[in-house]
Design a protein around this ligand. Structure first.
Ligand code: GDP
Ligand code: MG
Length: 436
């Protein structure tokens, strides 16, 4: 057992219970990462509070390190915050009418084309694109180019300056052409204003779309939240489209928008090409946000720091030759707290295989503990004072034999020596080798 024990002690790093200290430390990192990812401050704070409550007191009974468990809790909570499951489009109308809304430059025209292309590939859908941006002739041209690219018909009426009329005519046209989906692209402005809101609201009322989608540039960060709120107040839209999530664009807007308007994010745009569209999966976005600034490793590092603090205390004692049976005992308690011995040993890299078929007694430490309890505090902190009469007293007190006591002392001695050796830089290398 001696070998196994000191291997276990050396590999304690990163295992144990989630405590107040490591949660606080970890939440600091998570909050920083969320803010880096453009998540609204208030939401980031609420989020970390929720996670803290969930994490505290959770025992690590599985094969996870506390760091990994924390990451899992954070990820699950993030996923939940962004809507849990992927949300689908409502395409039950005949034709189904989809209205695009959003600021100028958010990606409405591009996304209209992407969505038409996406639906076209489903075989059962025949989309029609309708150009309702009456302010810029170039916007109409743009939609025609997109339509040609993907082989989808585009309806426009260049002489007409009334977007409501064009939208209605577009739906009529769809019926003529036998299209079962109508995607209406609208004009946006650079910032929220009354005229734009009135216009989109009028179109919305007139055509009663099955799906009203709010398109937003995920690079606009905090502004995205305010814009979403303004559009939702007027349209009570059905879903959000997050565009420009390609490259290293931060995904924080997804969290903030979902929290503020409580509408599902349905699709994301990941590039300028027509194929750059993806269904929004909350768990993937959680991975993306956690990947930002590498939260996973930050979290794990925070955990390690906590464990290292404990290790440092013990190392100090070793350095001063003050490592005693009390420390030994507290190490044993720590191991026992973590649950079943065999599971614990199994967690140690490389140990799982070695343990196959070997029965490990959960009470393996019982005798050791009994002998240590039979020592006086002085004996525990200064084992070298254990002469034969003291040993005899300990043996009697713990119901063990003198040989058992000698065996324990030998094990303890070996362990102290080993721990001392681990101190230097060579020792650190050795420890690393042992862990791999
Ligand atoms: P609209 O004014 O809302 O219709 O926006 P547009 O569809 O014209 O898009 C504005 C600009 O953003 C164009 O240059 C598009 O090519 C670009 N764009 C749109 N969606 C994406 C995207 O998902 N990723 C990238 N990188 N660019 C995009
Ligand atoms: Mg446009």
């Amino acid at each position: 057992l001696s070998d196994k024990l000191d291997k276990a002690l050396h590999n304690l790093k990163g295992h144990g219970k989630i405590t107040e200290i490591n949660v606080a430390e970890t939440m600091k990192e998570v909050r920083r990462a969320l803010l880096d990812a453009d998540v609204n401050f208030k939401i980031a704070k609420e989020f970390t509070n929720t996670v803290r409550e969930k994490a505290l007191g959770q025992n690590v009974l599985t094969n996870l390190k506390p760091g990994q468990l924390m990451v899992k809790i954070v990820k699950d909570e993030l996923t939940e915050l962004m809507g849990g499951d992927a949300a689908e489009l409502n395409l039950t109308g005949n034709p189904s009418v989809i209205l695009m809304s959003g600021l100028q430059g958010s990606g409405k025209t591009t996304f209209s084309g992407k969505l038409a292309n996406f639906l076209l590939k489903k075989k059962t859908k025949k989309p029609l694109l309708v150009a309702c941006d009456v302010y810029r002739p170039a916007a109409i041209d743009q939609l025609h180019i997109v339509g040609e690219q993907i082989g989808v018909e585009v309806y426009s009426d260049r002489g007409n300056t009334n977007p409501v009329a064009i939208a209605k005519d577009g739906i009529k046209k769809a019926k003529e052409l036998g299209c079962n989906v109508v995607i209406i692209d609208t004009a946006g402005r650079l910032a929220v204003d009354e005229q734009m809101m009135d216009e989109i609201s009028n179109i919305h009322k007139a055509i009663e779309p099955q799906e009203t989608l709010f398109v937003v540039d995920s690079m606009t960060g905090q502004d995205a939240v305010n814009t979403a709120k303004a559009f939702n107040d007027v349209l009570n839209f059905d879903g959000v489209i997050l565009t420009k999530l390609d490259g290293d664009t931060r995904g924080g807007a997804a969290i903030s928008i979902k929290s503020v308007v409580n509408k599902p994010i349905k699709f994301i745009g990941t590039g300028e090409k027509m194929e750059a569209i993806d269904v929004f999966y909350p768990s993937r976005m959680a991975d993306r946000i956690l990947g930002m600034g590498d939260v996973v490793s930050l979290v794990e590092r925070a955990q390690e720091q906590f464990d290292e603090e404990q290790a440092r205390k013990i190392q100090k004692k070793i350095a001063k030759n003050r490592f005693g049976f009390d420390d030994f005992l507290s190490q044993i308690h720590q191991i026992k707290k973590m649950g079943n011995m065999k599971d614990l040993m199994g967690m140690i890299p490389g140990m799982g295989k070695a343990l196959k078929g070997i029965e490990i007694d959960d009470d393996a430490f019982k005798h050791i503990e009994a002998m240590i309890y039979s020592m006086t505090p002085q004996e525990r902190s200064n084992p070298s004072m254990l002469n034969s009469s003291r040993k005899k007293r300990i043996a009697t007190g713990s119901g063990r034999s003198i040989q058992d006591v000698n065996q324990l002392l030998k094990q303890f001695d070996q362990m102290s020596k080993m721990m001392k050796m681990m101190q230097g830089s060579k020792g650190k290398q050795m420890m690393q080798m042992m862990q791999n």
